[in-house]
Design a protein around this ligand. Sequence first.
Ligand SMILES: [Zn+2]
Length: 131
Amino acid sequence: MMSVPRYWREIPERTRFEGARCTACGNTLFPPRMKCPKCGSEALEKYKLPQKGKLMTYTIVRSPPKGFEKMTPYVLGMVKLDDGTIVTVQITDVQPNQVSIGMQVESVFRKISEDGESGIIEYALKFRPIF
Ligand SMILES: [Zn+2]
């Protein structure tokens, strides 16, 4: 397939776990935004987030949005990263009944869809438990 080299080049871009850091107040956020939600500053810089954290709370999603039916049920969790940044992410590689608050998790990138025509592969950031 002609487009193979192109999308392989795109993978590093899509799989970098990068957030933003506000240079005014030090707040870190993910996904990155144009403006700091804490202090309103627009002086944000790229910030590499830690890959590990702790599950603070979670919910089991049984009626997913259209296009994600195959994934049910899945676990949506709020993870507090090692630097204190809070991210809302899907928890993967675990049965919903094995998820517990306080468990250690790490980031992982998973292929979520592949468009055969354009050759574009989409990746999503997920977290999996560290056992
Ligand atoms: Zn700020």
